[in-house]
Design a protein around this ligand. Structure first.
Ligand SMILES: NC(=O)c1ccc[n+]([C@@H]2O[C@H](COP(=O)([O-])OP(=O)(O)OC[C@H]3O[C@@H](n4cnc5c(N)ncnc54)[C@H](OP(=O)(O)O)[C@@H]3O)[C@@H](O)[C@H]2O)c1
Length: 407
């Protein structure tokens, strides 16, 4: 996915100076593992919310120019310890500092791996500053997709998807169709098929689902991920969010996207063409593969992930999703159809409901109930300004907080 020009024709970048937004999280740590394998990459800035212990270790190992902690106390604490260790890394605090290291002139690549809506402002800042943006933070695109894609089109930024499914689709599309705004049907594409593992509760009955705990929901069978996306995966909201994400990234409507349960997570997604050909991307379920692909694109580099041995692989299975046991997927598909602020409302209500579930405030099956109630209380509008998006986001969060507190 690129902006106006065909970046396929750009010369390969041999080195890069990188900011990692959300370096202490699951994607952030995997990114640093890939970077550690290649001397061509230099870490310019690392950012986190408040995890001082992890950030300290990362700073000592990668010696970034800047380390940002959004939490001011955490920033103070980190600064004291780093000074004591003789580190030259400068510590910054607060949300403004995230913007500064995302758009800094010395940076050419930004990994956007903050979880949730908090990732939107620095990711947009990186796009506005025409960086190569590796997008893991799907919530930014879901919350403000139209605006995000308009900002991309007005910049010279390059946007590469990190979500394994979208990264797979990107790899399966003809290069000229990866451009933002191009009509993929003209390239003979019939539909995009996003695969889904089905999560830890793929075969769990509705009655049992009502009793599942946060620890069970966070135990994904194939992927090791942060807690929020693990719960999204367990409810299958993650796949609903990914359908919306794919609509924006590849310029298609939800009617051109199908979801298929594939419990082995080996086929990461597929593109079906008009002649009946289906091109799929396969690999081990390891986020270092899409991360290294995007870091080096258009080159290929070693990711550190294990290679597939298909002869030793159990059978690859595919099933249609069950929208009765997983109503969050249905809510996601409906929001994709509706467009406007519907995805913003869905995303905000989901973030609050998941937070509450993880704290033990509501049950697992209450998550879609809360989201549907928030949707019922709000009117969907055209999402054509940041103010309208912020309003919808804040209102949905306020209603969801009230509903979860009452539950
Ligand atoms: N994990 C995966 O395999 C995967 C796959 C595809 C897409 N994604 C997407 O990638 C993003 C990151 O996922 P993750 O699993 O890596 O999440 P995670 O492990 O929970 O890490 C989140 C990162 O964001 C930081 N953060 C949290 N709240 C913040 C705030 N308010 N302001 C600034 N920074 C904040 C955290 O800092 P602290 O450590 O200090 O809290 C941490 O560095 C999500 O949008 C997710 O949907 C993840």
């Amino acid at each position: 996915m690129t902006s106006s020009q065909d970046n396929q024709s750009l010369p390969a970048r041999t080195s890069a100076s990188i900011t990692i937004l959300g370096s202490t999280g699951s994607i952030g740590k995997s990114t640093l593992e890939v970077i550690a394998l290649h001397s061509r990459y230099r870490v310019f800035a690392l950012t986190a919310n408040n995890n001082v212990a992890e950030m300290l270790q990362q700073c000592m190992r990668f010696q970034p120019v800047f380390a940002v902690m959004v939490d001011a106390d955490a920033a103070n604490q980190l600064e004291q310890v780093l000074l004591g260790q003789g580190s030259t890394t400068r510590v910054l605090a607060g949300e403004e500092a995230l913007l500064a290291v995302a758009r800094h002139p010395s940076v050419d690549t930004v990994m956007a791996a903050i979880v949730g809506a908090a990732g939107l402002p620095p990711t947009l800042a990186a796009v506005e500053a025409s960086k190569k943006v590796l997008l893991a933070n799907k919530e930014a695109l879901i919350m403000a997709g139209e605006l995000f894609m308009q900002t991309l089109a007005a910049s010279d930024a390059i946007l590469l998807p990190i979500d394994s499914e979208h990264n797979a689709v990107f790899q399966c599309l003809p290069p000229e169709s990866r451009l933002a705004g191009s009509d993929i049907r003209r390239q003979g594409v019939r539909r995009i098929v996003l695969t889904a593992s089905g999560g830890p509760f793929r075969e769990t009955s509705l009655d049992e689902l009502a009793q599942v705990t946060p620890a069970q929901a966070c135990r994904h069978p194939n992927w090791s991920m942060g807690r929020k996306i693990s719960v999204d995966s367990a409810t299958m909201m993650n796949k609903g969010l990914e359908v919306i994400e794919a609509c924006f990234l590849f310029g298609v409507g939800p009617q051109q996207i199908d979801v298929l349960i594939h419990p082995q997570s080996i086929v990461h997604s597929m593109v079906e063409y008009l002649d009946g050909s289906v091109i799929a991307q396969l690999g081990s379920p390891d986020m270092r593969i899409p991360i290294s692909y995007s870091l080096a694109w258009p080159e290929r580099i070693n990711s550190g992930a294990s290679f597939l041995d298909l002869a030793k692989q159990p059978d690859l299975q595919f099933f249609a999703p069950d929208l009765t046991r997983f109503p969050c997927l249905r809510l996601g598909l409906e929001a994709a159809e509706q467009g406007g602020t519907a995805p913003t409302i869905l995303n905000a209500a989901n973030e609050i409901a998941v937070e509450s579930f993880l704290r033990g405030g509501i049950g697992f099956t209450d998550i879609p109930v809360i989201i549907a109630r928030v949707q019922a209380q709000m009117t969907c509008r055209k999402a054509d300004s940041i103010d309208i998006i912020r309003q919808a986001d804040e209102q949905a969060r306020a209603i969801a907080r009230e509903l979860t507190a009452r539950n």
